[in-house]
Design a protein around this ligand. Sequence first.
Ligand code: AR6
Length: 175
Amino acid sequence: MPARIRVIQGDITQQQVDAIVNAANNSLLGGGGVDGAIHRVAGPALLAECRQLNGCATGEAKITRGYNLPAKWVIHTVGPVWQNGEQGEAELLAVCYRNCLALAAQYSLRTIAFPSISTGAYGFPLVQAAKIAVREIQSFLAIDSLPKTVTIVCFNDSVYQQYSNSLDSTIPLKD
Ligand code: AR6
């Protein structure tokens, strides 16, 4: 049986999955990093739909169509900005993963890809973020049959190494 979580190195905008997750900001009106890349590939219709959503609170998730992306859907979530680790950042990051996965299950999506939420412009320490991501995805998949598979897409080598280490240190979850 194939594992339900995998870690790859690549560009999330090129993933052939039902939904990709966007690490957005509270405005949902675009930005840099993975957010900028997703809007560039999806095209202006994505921004037009995002304008109707009235933003998104930190930790919450909202879904739009994927337009010119290979993915049919984009799940936008807003990770916490790292301050000092004592402002609820860890729980807010965990809630992002849970809310995205719950939305995917609600839409009956089988495959979803996540970026490394909050670890770029928002400054969340990578080691801790990778542990939280893998823990939350594992816990969700243990109680829900959807999504079937979750891919964590790492843009560079150090991010890939951290998420791989984090996944290796857990018991693999099979179908
Ligand atoms: N595919 C996969 N991962 C990517 C890609 C890509 N095409 N491009 C960048 N990454 P960041 P955040 C990685 O800064 O920390 C935006 O301006 C990147 O290397 O995109 O949650 C938003 O509008 C890093 O590992 O997101 C917000 O204002 C990871 O994605 C703010 O940045 C996350 O980095 C959100 O900051």
